[in-house]
Design a protein around this ligand. Structure first.
Ligand code: 13P
Length: 254
């Protein structure tokens, strides 16, 4: 059984004060949740505040939205895995489509970061997904296969098992237009099929695959009850503790 994982990707939002209020409110709503793994992914500037606010709450972890692959040194503006570990960060989102499209991240760059994250015992959440143009041309599987094989190259079975994949169709991000549960399940099944080709069967079955793209309380349950959808990576709806808590609770339903 794969434990569901629901993450809040705050992107470039949330001051320290807003983050503090969010955590207080979320803890009240989710203090009894142990059967779903919850991850808050603030901007770098709010990570310390969120870590501090979560304190001893074992069931909620902190993530980062990006990192650089070098350990330390003259890389102005970058953040390393060990600097994130210093703030009690467990997860790091890598290869988000906003980074691929706006900041030119290639599969090779994502792969370097994924391997550096594992080397520092940070768990990567690796994002893949097609654009609308690629979908309309019938290239979804081709794109997913290239992104997965490129981004995850060179991982051993243990590292692969500790990697979370997020399937985020670019056309569904921030548009209010989510993939239908059937469309998402079809893509997730293909992701898992690719993992079976890349690794042994037990490893491929253990990897958790999140869906991301306009997830809301209203559609979360139907998406996360699909057989290969193991959670959600939530953008806009994760900025409100009430709607994010509802999405987390939807992950408990069978
Ligand atoms: P939205 O939930 O705002 O569509 O964003 C999804 C996303 O990009 C999460 O990483």
């Amino acid at each position: 059984m794969r434990k569901k994982i629901v993450a809040a990707n705050w992107k470039m939002n949330m001051t320290q004060a807003e983050s503090e209020r969010f955590v207080e409110s979320l803890l009240l709503r989710l203090d009894d949740i142990t059967d779903v793994e919850v991850v808050i992914v603030p901007p770098f500037t709010a990570i310390a505040k969120v870590s501090e606010g979560l304190g001893k709450a074992q069931n909620i972890k902190v993530g980062a939205q990006n990192m650089y692959w070098e350990k330390s040194g003259p890389y102005t503006g970058e953040i390393s895995a060990s600097l994130l570990r210093d703030l009690f960060v467990h997860y790091v989102v890598l290869g988000h489509s906003e980074r691929r499209i706006l900041f030119g991240e290639t599969d090779e760059i994502v792969n370097r970061k994924v391997r550096a994250a594992h080397a520092a015992a940070l768990r990567p959440i690796v994002c893949v997904g097609e654009t609308l143009e690629q979908r309309d041309k019938g290239n979804v599987e081709k794109i997913l296969s290239i992104q997965l094989r490129g981004s995850l190259a060179g991982l051993n079975p243990k590292e692969l098992q500790e990697t979370v994949i997020a399937y985020e169709p670019v056309w569904a991000i921030g548009t209010g237009r989510n993939a239908t549960p059937a469309q998402a399940q079809e893509a997730h099944a293909f992701v898992r099929h690719t993992l079976h080709e890349m690794a042994d069967d037990a490893t491929a079955e253990r990897v958790r695959i999140q869906y991301g793209g306009s997830v809301k309380p209203e559609n979360a349950r139907e998406l996360m009850t699909q057989p290969d959808i193991d959670g959600a990576l939530v953008g806009g709806a994760s900025l409100d503790p009430r709607s994010f808590a509802q999405i987390v609770k939807a992950a408990r339903d069978k």
